[in-house]
Design a protein around this ligand. Structure first.
Ligand code: SF4
Ligand code: SF4
Length: 277
């Protein structure tokens, strides 16, 4: 299951594009001689919502999940941290696979749900209509051109991908911001802020509730209550806070009238070891 970003240019040039109503023929399951071969030696990019679902499904907090199961790579130019699932050191196998299959099947990441489909779309979410799909054909996978056919739309419904797309919209909007063109944007503390609010949600929750954060920002009571327990709401809120903090956009973030906006340093909450932040 290759991550889209690293392999996209070549695939997009050489592979037929599929729309939602185009059909493809594929089957997968325990009866296949290649069963779980796709769960080793792969590079799986995790979205913030993937991290949220996996840490919750495993019953651990986000820092534990990130420390134990992921590694971080930063893009060369813009230093944006990307979180990947960490394969085992010796055999490069996914930590969740066994001979029975995926041990986190109901929480598996977007990339695993989509496979063998890949997706490409413009960075700007307003141009989402230009999204298209393509088939990832690898020698290790014997599921192509066998079994019953389905449309891309049917595959997306069958794999329950819609919530993963919906809960990814705010992150995609943030990542599509033209302000990222500044290569100096994510340095020092801003890098730590981004990593925490996007991926290390339980630490972000501590940051919101255990520092002066709520004295500085005017957040309505209903939202504050939701942030205490609702990870999806917290992720949305984190995207609002990053848009405000990184790009000065304050459509959904307000400073309190009375508080002097002293910056709350992210270092007030312990930094994640793995990310080297
Ligand atoms: S998360 Fe599940 S489906 Fe994805 S690579 Fe790991 S074992 Fe395979
Ligand atoms: S058919 Fe492809 S996706 Fe399914 S188990 Fe085999 S390698 Fe994995």
């Amino acid at each position: 299951m290759p991550d889209n970003e690293s392999t996209l240019p070549g695939i997009v040039e050489n592979t037929p594009r599929l729309g939602l109503d185009d059909r493809f023929t594929f089957q997968c399951g325990k009866h296949m001689d290649c069963f779980t071969k796709c769960c080793q030696g792969v590079s799986i990019l995790l979205t913030p919502y993937d991290v949220l679902k996996l840490k919750r499904g495993l019953g651990i907090n986000s820092s534990e999940f990130l420390d134990q199961y992921t590694f971080v790579m930063q893009s060369k130019e813009k230093k944006i941290p990307a979180v990947f699932l960490k394969m085992s050191d010796d055999s490069q196998v996914c930590p969740f696979v066994s001979d029975k299959g995926c041990g986190v099947y109901t929480h598996r990441p977007w990339a695993c749900r989509m496979y063998p489909l890949g997706m490409a779309e413009p960075k700007n979410p307003e141009q989402a209509a230009q999204r298209f799909y393509f088939l990832l054909k690898e020698d290790l996978c014997h599921g192509h051109d066998t079994g019953a056919g389905c449309t891309v739309r049917e595959w997306i419904a069958d794999q329950n991908i819609e919530p993963y797309d919906l809960n990814q919209i705010s992150f995609r909007q943030l990542m599509g911001h033209p302000g990222w063109d500044n290569p100096e944007l994510l340095t020092g503390e801003k890098l730590a802020m981004f990593y925490m609010a996007a991926y290390d949600l339980d630490r972000f929750r501590s940051f919101v509730f255990d520092t002066r954060f709520l004295e500085v920002f005017d957040v309505d009571e209903a939202r504050v209550e939701a942030l205490r327990t609702d990870d999806v709401e917290l992720l949305e809120f984190g995207m609002d806070w990053l848009a405000f903090s990184l790009f000065g956009e304050n459509k959904r973030m307000k400073l309190t009238k009375t508080a002097k906006p002293r910056r709350v340093p992210v270092t007030e909450v312990a930094a994640p070891a793995e990310a080297g932040l």
